[in-house]
Ligand binder design. Structure first.
Ligand code: PLP
Ligand code: COI
Length: 365
């Protein structure tokens, strides 16, 4: 018997499910992370007992004691992946075991319990099956899945991590993450703030990393840019990643991406692109990339394109860069051919219009 079977999944259908007309209204213009489906998953954890009471329940508010640990000490982590409606009508997710493994790496760093990978994948299957009508049919749209774990112990002591947790999954129909679709984004180099330092939580997908990032993202917007780019903590010289996506630099037929130093999130999109690159005739390098190399490469024409990649952002071209004392354009500021080819291949696998040579697609129904 698998762990997922042992946990069982108690299924409680929502009495307040929205009508088809209400759903269609949401799906006509979903935006990102604005509307949620009719159900959610909850699995509880108690020290000594392990994970228990797995259930699919109607989507709705939680009732938590104000002294619950997560509100005070941010012992929390999350994941992000999508369900896609493929061209043949199947509904699939993309590399869910990779997300399960990353969730558990985050859990270890946050002194939280690991969730068996099968339970993670089964929870996605249960939710997507129950809410399959919420998976958009519009090209390029998807159902964004947000698994997360919160510390639920009540009390303000900080001498020991929480002894109880809840794992949950919610789902949200998603259009384009950036309102401009796939038009290039402008980025702001953050030299005033730091996202992650060696030994910290940079590689973990925990809410605290994002809480500390809002101030720099706001600064990016105040400087007329769409997104913040994080640099290394020590010298603010090397590029790490963006607020919610990794970065890839295109030097002709070479894709160069910052190495996983422990201070940036190991993106599953990033990893997939590195694996697909060879099939597209592209070489890859994972290494440090400095801001100076970025600017000089654009000025000499050697660095031809830059793109951001992530579950929410897919593959999005970067058109221009601005910092406190410098600014430049990448290529002619329009989406480049390598960026668009990489995007087409990845999206083709996810939506089933291209073969899936690595078995990344996980069919749900
Ligand atoms: N970097 C950060 C900070 C992110 O939040 C994300 C999104 O999850 C990524 C990178 C890209 O990761 P993935 O491709 O797994 O979505
Ligand atoms: C994702 O792409 O899944 C992310 O988590 C990015 C952002 C919405 C935080």
């Amino acid at each position: 018997m698998t762990i997922a079977q042992k946990l069982g999944f108690d299924v409680q259908q929502s009495d307040h499910a929205r009508t088809a007309a209400e759903r269609e209204q949401v799906l006509a213009n979903p935006g990102f992370g604005q509307a949620f489906t009719d159900h959610m998953i909850v699995i509880d954890y108690t020290e000594g007992q392990g994970w228990h009471d797995a259930r699919l329940v109607p989507y709705g508010p939680l009732s938590l004691d104000p002294a619950t640990s997560v509100f005070h000490y941010a012992q929390e982590l999350f994941e992000g992946l999508k369900a896609y409606r493929q061209v043949n009508g199947s509904i699939v997710t993309f590399r869910p075991y990779a997300n399960a493994a990353r969730l558990n790496r985050s859990a270890v760093r946050m002194a939280m319990p690991e969730l068996p990978e099968e339970a993670f994948v089964e929870s996605l299957e249960q939710l997507v099956q129950a809410d399959r009508d919420w998976v958009p049919t519009t090209e390029g749209h998807s159902l964004y899945l947000r698994p997360f774990i919160i510390a639920t112990q009540v009390g303000l002591g900080v001498n020991y991590p929480s002894r109880t947790y809840s794992y949950m999954v919610i789902a949200s129909p998603a259009g384009s993450y950036f309102t401009g679709g796939i038009t290039p984004v402008s980025v702001w180099l953050s030299t005033e703030y730091t996202r992650a330092a060696p030994g910290g939580t940079g590689f973990a997908k925990c809410g605290g990393n994002y809480a500390a990032a809002f101030v720099a993202q706001r600064q990016a917007v105040e400087n007329g840019c769409d997104q913040v780019v994080w640099l290394d903590a020590q010298k603010h010289e090397y590029v790490e990643e963006m607020g919610g996506m990794n970065l890839v630099f295109v030097f002709g037929d070479r894709l160069v991406t910052p190495a996983l130093t422990g201070t940036l999130l190991p993106g599953i999109t990033r990893d997939s692109i590195l694996k697909l690159a060879g099939d597209l005739g592209l070489q890859t390098e994972e290494r440090l990339v400095s801001v100076d190399e970025w600017q000089a490469g654009c000025e000499s024409g050697e660095l031809t394109e830059v793109f951001a990649c992530g579950t929410a952002a897919v593959v999005t071209p970067v058109g221009s860069v601005k910092g406190a004392d410098r600014a430049w354009t990448i290529g002619d500021g329009t989406p480049g051919p390598v960026t668009m080819r990489v995007r087409e291949e990845l999206v083709g696998i996810q939506y089933g219009s291209r073969p899936d040579p690595y078995g990344w697609v996980h069919k749900i129904c």
